[in-house]
Design a protein around this ligand. Sequence first.
Ligand code: AMP
Ligand code: MG
Length: 322
Amino acid sequence: MRNLLPATEENVRRAAEILRRGGLVAFPTETVYGLGANALDPRAVARIYEVKGRPSFDPLIVHVASREDVHRLVESLPPEAEALMSEFWPGPLTLVLPKSDAVPPITTAGLPTVAVRMPSHPVALRLISLAGVPVAAPSANPFGYVSPTSARQVAETLGDRVDVILDAGRTSIGVESTIVALRGDDAFLLRPGGLPAEEVERVLGRPLKLPSESDVMAPGMLKRHYAPRTRVIIVNSWEEYYRLRAMYGRVLLLLPRPLHGVEGDVRFLSERGDMGEVAANLFGALYEADREGYEVIAVMPVPEVGLGRAIMNRLRKASAPR
Ligand code: AMP
Ligand code: MG
């Protein structure tokens, strides 16, 4: 793969130049690999939608390299946004704020708001600051498929439709950012993610609201997403698991922690039952299971607190009917 390059300073410089010229660069963040383009260049952003096969109603997250970079993207910055930014940036928290005229409609799918985030991965930060432009970047995978946590996964699924893929090994968080929308006096959790919602609530001093199903506030939040081709089934009991094993030929069981004496092909997502590790290993495990030709991926649920909320959100979407 000629476009797959180690994320050395020289290659990051080349990639930044490509971004400036309207090209597409896949790059590591601490959450997952992103597929980036200059967020202020409508033609460059259009290529993201094209390469991913992403529907045009699904807005992108704009990545910045410093807190100051946000000012030109938003119309106003509420005090609560500033508080969250100073507490959690750089990091896996995306804020949805009223957009400025500098952001073209294609980047926000026509919405009056823009989603912004400052990633903490040093390669992402270096790339964005060398490019000198904000970088719109969804996950670097075909739309609806498992998000990439390694550069190889990007290369295998998007191939040479991307100008450069910067390789910096596996991502540390492994699930996408937490998305919070601040609107008037309300704060909404649009997507649970790599920053536990409880941490956001601690800084805000009140609980986050959930948008209603009919709310247009969270477009692109489709029922089925993050899904491998292999069927994913959440199993709530051992009876269910053994029933699946009787029904299907090849079943892979994913467990959050080691448990011995279970029949069949089993993979532990963490050696210590640590939810951070489970999140970091989840997408990679789904992706590998797909390649290994299993008929069913069975997964045991985890408690829905902290990162467990993001993990179960991804699993429910991956297991939703086609
Ligand atoms: P990702 O799939 O990680 O690229 O995240 C993009 C998601 O962020 C979209 O599918 C939306 O759900 C959400 N998002 C992005 N921009 C906005 C916005 N302006 N308002 C609400 N949600 C947004
Ligand atoms: Mg995605």
